[in-house]
Design a protein around this ligand. Structure first.
Ligand SMILES: [Zn+2]
Length: 109
């Protein structure tokens, strides 16, 4: 398929290629690659679609109430969250608070 390439300043042969948007989640964008200079082009709609897919795979939002557990406070982790973070019973985590009052729970390596 021929398309205008900004780099080559002419119509060139393009070939379709899937490019990683994010290697960990396996989200790809379809791109047209100039066979002359290698420049790749992705239209805005395709990029939006891929971004939505990326967000759907990465952002899990749950609103939970903090509960009293003995003398401490606790929070139940929904199964979807523990699965996505790959943490389970007895798994060590690090908990810290950032300067915007966000509580971050990170699986210890
Ligand atoms: Zn080109």
């Amino acid at each position: 398929m021929k398309r205008y390439c900004v780099n080559c300043e002419s119509e060139t042969e393009m070939r379709e290629r899937l490019e990683d948007l994010d290697a960990d989640t396996g989200v790809f964008v379809r791109a047209s690659v100039c066979t002359r200079c290698g420049e790749s082009y992705t239209d805005a709609h395709e990029f939006e679609r891929a971004e939505k897919e990326f967000k759907a795979k990465n952002v899990l939002v749950f609103e939970k109430k903090i509960v009293k557990l003995g003398n401490s406070l606790g929070l139940w982790l929904p199964k979807e969250i523990s699965k996505a973070a790959r943490v389970g019973e007895n798994k060590a985590v690090r908990v810290y608070v950032d300067n915007q009052r966000r509580i971050i729970v990170e699986a210890a390596r």
